[in-house]
Write a protein that binds this ligand. Sequence first.
Ligand SMILES: Nc1ncnc2c1ncn2[C@@H]1O[C@H](COP(=O)(O)OP(=O)(O)OP(=O)(O)O)[C@@H](O)[C@H]1O
Length: 443
Amino acid sequence: MAKILIIEDDTTFAQLLEGFLTKHGHEISLATHIKPSFKLIENETFDLFLIDYRLPDGIGFDVITHNRNLGISTPIIIMTSFNDVRTAVKSMQMGAFDYITKPVNPDELLMVIKNSLTKKEPNNVKTEVPEADFIKGKSAIADRLYEHIDLVAPTDMSVIIQGESGTGKEFAARTLHQQSKRAGKPFVAIDCGALSKDLAASELFGHVKGAFTGALNDKKGQFEAANGGTLFLDEVGNLSYEVQIKLLRALQERVIQPLGSTKHVAVDVRIITATNDDLLNSIAGGEFREDLYHRLNEFKIQLPPLRNRGSDLELFINHFVQLSNRDLDRNVKSISAEAKSLLLNYDWPGNLRELSNVIKRMVLLTPGEVAQVNALPDEMMISVNQQTMPGSSSDLKAATEQNEKTLITETLIKAKHNKSKAAKMLNIDRKTLYSKMERYGIA
Ligand SMILES: Nc1ncnc2c1ncn2[C@@H]1O[C@H](COP(=O)(O)OP(=O)(O)OP(=O)(O)O)[C@@H](O)[C@H]1O
């Protein structure tokens, strides 16, 4: 049983969730707005937060930031409409545990809650995933990527891994460590996006008792924990300017000074950093120190977005189906042509993380051996159709075709892919619907 705070302004839906989760043994508190929820969060201890992305007085991110500043590392699940997925993936960078798209599927919700409760680690220290759960891919772009990794791994060079959210930067960092002389020593991964400004220095460099209010005992920092090994700083661009100065010093002088201590501790740590953004923009904006950037950027690895990985997409789909079969005790052996076509044509803004979530959901919703298109989020189809719309806005024929295509897609969704029903709703016969679907490439 877990104590869960739901922040959702749609009260009917919130009560539905409350009833459902109470029935599954959880204890639920409800809030409809962000501000009053802060009071609850400060006064009570929860095991999990389930938060709507759009709320009347803010967005789900505000709660993430609030918790981070208070040093609260309770997992957060963001509930978002599919249209907000692009921004929701950002919540992952900020330390939210997971997201789930609306309309919320009850089985999926239970699965996501179970995952986040079992992996309840402080969200700034990342949990390790078994190596067998990863594959490298076979495309030319994957070959080039792993050539670079093989080349730089055995050296002691600092590496910046750049890539969109969910492209597998942490996996790349772990691979670098495993292929280095430091493999027998610790690999410590820190999510700088989930660290509050105040806690970042203490987390990295440690502190002595009494260094600040709340420092009740001496604490070793992650630099010391990683001694002899590799320290992976994810979202390094989020470190404050003061911590950047301390980090630069640690790298240049190979010593750290815990907060409140006069002692210097020698450390031998290889630094690998990751960033979603081009840090050069942050340098130009004065938020990131140029000297630190050059110290960190002895070698740069660019991770490609999933939409540019060509044939790897299909490999990843099959890989995630196998993992999901194992984890969810399912037996999905194939994917229908319609569903496959959607998966291959969608542009995956949340990259491997989004793909893994969508496949997990698909497998969960497939009791038999063949996954069908209705196990995929409906909005994926709309998004794919919008991406492939032809013509410019001044081309009347193309515009009419676009409207027709969108209308057909949306009606098919409303009719739960029953084509006879969809044809009736569109006031055309089934044959015409089939020929139009074929013409517009609607799966
Ligand atoms: N090569 C891979 N094979 C299989 N799964 C992978 C691979 N790389 C990443 N993943 C999966 O994709 C998800 C995102 O990976 P990861 O956390 O490494 O991405 P990231 O780029 O560090 O994300 P962020 O920018 O949000 O920190 C994880 O669930 C991970 O298990």
